[in-house]
Design a protein around this ligand. Structure first.
Ligand SMILES: Nc1ncnc2c1ncn2[C@@H]1O[C@H](COP(=O)(O)OP(=O)(O)O)[C@@H](O)[C@H]1O
Ligand SMILES: [Mg+2]
Length: 255
């Protein structure tokens, strides 16, 4: 069985791409077959992982897979290899995908349907999502049903998470599915009283109901990304390795 995980928060800059890459890297380092999917039209994950050529290449892409449903594009046709895991890269055309999917039949279920055509048996699929609650994020949520939520240790996170969890309810009502939050990653934690206060808020609000992981602000995460890899592929050890491994272990327990 493939376990599919969406990494989502409509707020930008909270670490969706960073955590998605490093969770994919931690799972791959533990010996699992992993597919990383970049559903953000900006393609930060794609370019970061060294696939900038795919992002602008002519020919079929994830855009065709989602929008041009009759074109007989299969998911395996657009997957690219990377040294740690396989990647379904984003494409610059994805900027037009939201509006096209708006009027398309089953426009929020395209990725879900696409996975039915995947014949490679990945252990895990990790999907990075755009900073919005549009149709692309909905495609990821409906394809996965399991969602990991990165958030900053800032007051703005409270409002962002209210909106996100309300959106899960809306999708559940509309599609008759369970959208399961898997846990919260408090990301870019700084050593200061404000961050401590917010970490306590997260624990009071979600502790007990959901696991909470703490990722500190670490330049090693940026360095790995700049080198086209997760911290596990980059080979620079940081004190955050263990926390990403804990997340991977938790996913493995749920699988
Ligand atoms: N734990 C961290 N430590 C240091 N820098 C981080 C960390 N998490 C994210 N960043 C940086 O913050 C910026 C936003 O992160 P990103 O993963 O792109 O967020 P999102 O995908 O939610 O927009 C990037 O420049 C990234 O390198
Ligand atoms: Mg991103």
């Amino acid at each position: 069985m493939t376990y599919r995980l969406a990494v989502a928060n409509e707020k930008g800059g909270v670490g969706k791409t960073t955590t998605a890459i490093n969770i994919a890297g931690a799972l791959a380092a533990a010996g699992h077959d992993v597919l990383f999917v970049d559903l953000d039209a900006q393609g930060n994950g794609t370019v970061g992982l060294g696939l900038e050529g795919s992002y602008t290449a002519e020919g079929t892409s994830v855009y065709d897979l989602l929008v041009d449903f009759d074109a007989d594009v299969r998911i395996g046709d657009v997957i690219q290899p990377h040294e740690e895991f396989d990647v379904l890269p984003s494409h610059i055309d994805m900027f037009n995908a939201e509006s096209e999917l708006q009027t398309a039949m089953r426009g929020r279920e395209r990725l879900w349907m696409a996975f039915e055509g995947l014949d490679v048996g990945y252990d895990y699929v990790v999907i990075d999502t755009p900073p919005s609650l549009g149709l692309l994020t909905d495609n990821a949520l409906l394809a996965c049903r399991n969602v990991l939520v990165p958030a900053l240790a800032e007051d703005t996170s409270k409002h962002a998470l209210d909106i996100l969890f309300d959106h899960f309810d809306t999708l559940e009502g509309g599609y008759g599915v369970d959208i399961d939050p898997v846990g919260i990653i408090i990301n870019r934690i700084e050593v200061d009283g404000e961050a401590d206060r917010m970490v306590r808020w997260f624990e009071e609000r979600f502790g007990g109901a959901l696991p909470i992981w703490n990722i500190r602000n670490r330049v090693a995460l940026k360095r790995a990304w700049a080198n086209g890899a997760s911290i596990f592929g980059h080979g620079e050890t940081t004190d955050m390795d263990a926390e990403f491994r804990r997340i991977a272990d938790h996913l493995n327990d749920r699988k």
